[in-house]
Design a protein around this ligand. Structure first.
Ligand SMILES: *[C@@H]1O[C@H](CO)[C@@H](O)[C@H](O)[C@H]1NC(C)=O
Ligand SMILES: *[C@@H]1O[C@H](CO)[C@@H](O)[C@H](O)[C@H]1NC(C)=O
Ligand SMILES: *[C@@H]1O[C@H](CO)[C@@H](O)[C@H](O)[C@H]1NC(C)=O
Ligand SMILES: *[C@@H]1O[C@H](CO)[C@@H](O)[C@H](O)[C@H]1NC(C)=O
Ligand SMILES: *[C@@H]1O[C@H](CO)[C@@H](O)[C@H](O)[C@H]1NC(C)=O
Ligand SMILES: *[C@@H]1O[C@H](CO)[C@@H](O)[C@H](O)[C@H]1NC(C)=O
Ligand SMILES: [Ca+2]
Ligand SMILES: [Ca+2]
Length: 470
């Protein structure tokens, strides 16, 4: 509901009298006349018959108010009621736009307070009355309930309900925030809540995507913070309101709970929690095959995934697009035995649309521990020798010396090289599969055996390619 168009700044035109408020508005006023009895003039009598426990603000001269009322004569006969119209009264008080009795009678009122006002004729419609509706010299009785009060000079009010002790960073312009909210009017009527949709409200802040009061009110919040944001109508939906839940000229209260936020420019945040007891010389790098334990949660503590659920560490080749980018980055540079905390923004995780169990645009919190690391091979290689390859490679491969090398001979030879520590296979893949792939690469005519002519080391191939290019 906040995806209003461009923010509106034209909300404070003087309220028109079109609200069809014939009677409580001042009309040709019969003021200054003596009371019928000729004695001193009576003032309006105010009976405050319901005063709410909390009253953060009382009506003052010049405030705008929204209220409901019933107007009756002394005999109880109704002459007017705001309930008979679709809109309640929304008007500025104390400046002569209402009959004087009402202007005075509303002063000092609290939201949700109920008053009975007894308005003598000279503070109402005087000795003239209103033709056909109010007889001359009528005393008027109003039952009034105040629903809203604000002033043109009001700004966004913020009060912190719960601030987490640890707040390394606060929301600022152009951050993307995910939050829950309950929206109510000043009198407590709920108009909307994010919980009814089962997901957070997500938006950029400070860019005019939301009402101006919310753009301001979210600034400076921490992750996990609960805050009450009170927004006057000129920074919300103005004199016309919106939908059927937000009336015109309404003050809005949003209780918000910040789940997370990030900036599209954010990198992965990496914090080492503990180092292994012994110094490590070699840290994980792209191409390495690693095993790691991890716990993954949302920033509000909701647990999502954990390697402990599977009883075995997760395995991955780094830099091979096998895990989300932020996790890959966060695992690089780790020592075996090190523990880290990673905060991964959504553009380096599951993005705007999320994934199974991961809400769209969610920031993820990882705790990772590197369990093992195997040196990777250069890109494109399946096997490398630690030193120079055998001088007569084909003869060594051709175990039975019949001039051809079938898969069995090839596999036997490579496995022997590995077990004798002369070379190693690409980590992270079943060795039978890797050896099978190597055989396929060498058996260039695909007849199931490798000949002397076919056999060629990748390093030589690469060199030839370079020569060709020269
Ligand atoms: C006005 O009268 C209606 C109907 O009797 C009642 O429901 C309502 O509470 C009254 N309003 C006030 C402000 O007394
Ligand atoms: C929200 O979740 C509750 C409980 O899972 C479900 O009853 C309700 O229909 C859901 N509402 C929406 C709008 O998805
Ligand atoms: C409110 O509604 C009236 C009548 O529809 C329209 O003329 C006016 O421009 C609206 N005001 C705002 C601030 O949108
Ligand atoms: C919204 O109201 C519900 C129900 O009262 C409450 O559980 C929740 O914490 C409230 N959320 C906020 C952000 O105030
Ligand atoms: C770290 O490097 C030093 C010197 O290069 C070496 O003596 C030591 O064994 C290495 N330690 C590990 C754990 O590899
Ligand atoms: C994950 O959480 C479990 C307990 O829930 C804990 O024992 C384990 O150390 C955590 N793992 C990592 C990698 O932090
Ligand atoms: Ca052979
Ligand atoms: Ca062949």
């Amino acid at each position: 509901m906040f995806r209003a168009g461009p923010p509106s700044h034209t909300l404070l035109r003087p309220l028109l009298l079109q609200m069809s408020l014939l009677l409580v508005l001042a009309v040709g006023r019969g003021l200054g006349r003596a009371s019928p009895a000729g004695g001193p003039l009576e003032d309006v009598v105010i009976e405050r018959y319901h005063i709410p426990r909390a009253c953060p603000r009382e009506v003052q001269m010049g405030d705008f108010v929204r209220y409901h009322y019933n107007g009756t004569f002394q005999d109880g006969k109704k002459f007017d009621s705001s309930y008979d119209r679709s809109t309640l009264v929304a008007i500025v008080v104390g400046v002569g736009r209402l009959i004087t009795g009402m202007d005075r009678g509303l002063m000092g009122m609290c939201v949700n307070e109920r008053r009975r006002l007894i308005v003598p004729p000279h503070l109402g419609y005087g000795s003239i009355g209103v033709a056909g509706l109010i007889p001359p010299d009528a005393t008027l009785y109003f039952d009034v309930v105040l629903l809203d009060v604000w002033n043109k000079a009001d700004t966004v009010q913020v009060s912190t309900l719960l601030r987490p002790p640890h707040c390394p960073r606060m929301v600022q312009d152009s951050d993307f925030v995910r939050y829950h909210y309950n929206g109510t009017l000043l009198d407590g009527t709920a108009f909307d809540t994010s919980y009814s949709r089962n997901h957070t409200y997500n938006t950029y802040v400070g860019q005019g995507y939301i009402i101006p009061g919310m753009d301001q009110g979210l600034q400076g919040t921490c992750m996990g913070e609960r805050r009450r944001i009170t927004i006057p109508p000129h920074l919300a939906y103005g004199e016309n309101g919106t939908g059927d839940k937000i009336p015109g000229s309404a003050v809005l209260i949003f209780d918000v709970h910040i789940i997370d936020f990030h900036n599209p420019a954010d990198p992965v945040e990496i914090k080492t929690l503990s180092q292994p007891p012994e110094a490590c010389n070699e840290t994980a790098k792209p191409g390495d095959f690693v095993r790691y334990h991890y716990n993954c949660s949302l920033l509000d503590g909701t647990k999502l995934f954990s390697s402990h659920d599977y009883g075995a560490p997760q395995e991955a080749t780094l830099g091979a697009n096998k895990v989300i980018e932020g996790l890959d980055t966060g695992l690089q540079g780790m020592c075996v035995g090190e523990r880290r905390q990673l905060v991964v923004p959504p553009h380096l995780a599951h993005g705007e649309s999320g994934a199974r169990g991961v809400p769209g645009s969610a920031v993820l919190l990882f705790e990772v521990e590197l369990v093992s690391r195997e040196e990777g091979l250069p890109e494109g290689y399946l096997f490398v020798w630690h030193e120079d390859p055998p001088a007569n490679l084909f003869e060594d491969l051709d175990l039975n010396k019949d001039g051809e090398v079938p898969p069995e001979e090839f596999a036997t030879f490579i496995k022997a090289q590995v077990s004798e520590g002369k070379g190693r296979l690409m980590p992270g893949q079943d060795s039978e599969k890797t050896i099978g792939d190597m055989f396929q690469n060498q058996d260039r005519n695909q007849d199931g055996k490798i000949t002397m002519e076919e056999l060629k080391l990748k390093s030589d191939e690469d060199q030839e390619r370079v020569h060709e290019e020269l």
